[in-house]
Design a protein around this ligand. Structure first.
Ligand code: NAD
Length: 269
């Protein structure tokens, strides 16, 4: 097993499926002890399955139920993790949802649901992590940085998205939250960065890839001509969590097979 993150505790939100599960497996493979967060009792079985796969491969960790949009639950989760493992070194703010509708039909409930999980959830977890990093101080034996936060943003912090205004607004908010945190805590050696995935094959965007027609139209947006996989994001998360990226903070790293070079202009027309 790779030992890049040996001795470090990583908490990944929304890790019972998709990108979060992929990131948890990659961080565990790199030697981190992982906390696999899931939101509700119905996702416990899936979270335990992710943990089982990790322990079968020689890794270690725990599962933790918590709705990241609920302050008391976030506080309780961090307190449980610190009691069990002593601290947290890496937070991956990954949990996210979509509630899509044409803007003029969008309900306040749809707007609030997305903002509460995708933006307020990232605020609550980042605040809890930074409080823990400041309480604990540096751990030079495991990392040059006192703590690392990785925010799961999206290409939609850059590309506007009709029909998904709440989602795009949440990711735009994540961008400036991430950069402001990097600015505010850089002197305490806390690094904060975002991963901005393009199309990754997970449950959140099933309609975009589940039929051959949908896949073909999706690939029309991706110069590299394949859909991304959770492991692609996991590899980047390991790099951003490790000292190999020690001089990177306040950055949005796009990982999208070239989606943000705007394939529709490829013919120069
Ligand atoms: P997914 O639906 O598999 O994962 C989202 C996870 O968040 C689920 O495990 C879900 O249980 C969890 N979650 C939802 N509400 C929660 C809450 N209140 N508290 C805790 N966890 C909660 O989809 P995914 O594609 O793996 O999405 C992960 C992240 O990646 C999201 O932030 C999403 O916006 C982002 N993203 C995905 C893509 C993509 O193409 N799949 C592209 C860009 C960004």
């Amino acid at each position: 097993m790779d030992q890049t993150l040996k001795g470090q505790i990583a908490l990944i939100t929304g890790a019972s499926s998709g990108i979060g599960a992929g990131v948890a497996k990659s961080l565990a493979k790199a030697g981190a002890t992982v906390v696999i967060n899931y939101p509700v009792a119905s996702s416990q079985v899936a979270a335990e399955a992710v943990l089982q796969e990790i322990t079968d491969a020689g890794g270690q960790g725990m599962t933790a139920q918590c709705d990241v949009s609920q302050e008391a639950q976030v506080e309780a989760m961090f307190s449980d993790v610190v009691s069990r493992y002593g601290t947290v070194d890496i937070l991956v703010n990954n949990a996210g949802i979509e509630r899509n509708a044409p803007f003029h039909e969008q309900t306040l409930d749809q707007w609030n649901a997305v903002i509460n999980v995708n933006l307020t959830g990232q605020f609550l977890c980042a605040r809890a992590a930074i409080r823990e990093f400041l309480r604990r101080g540096p751990r030079p034996e495991v990392s040059a940085a006192t703590g690392k936060i990785i925010c799961m943003s999206s290409v939609h912090e850059l590309i506007p998205w009709a029909g998904h205004v709440n989602y795009a607004a949440s990711k735009g908010g994540v961008k400036l939250m991430m950069q402001s945190l990097a600015q505010e805590y850089g002197d305490r050696r806390i690094r904060v960065n975002s991963i901005c995935p393009g199309a990754i094959q997970t449950p959140i965007n099933r309609p975009a890839w589940e039929t051959p027609q949908a896949m073909s139209s999706l690939l029309g947006l991706i110069p590299y001509n394949r859909i991304g996989q959770p492991e692609d994001i996991g590899n980047l998360a390991v790099f951003l969590a490790s000292d190999l990226s020690d001089y990177i903070t306040g950055a949005s790293i796009f990982i999208d097979g070239g989606m943000t070079v705007f394939e529709s202009f490829a013919t120069g027309g």
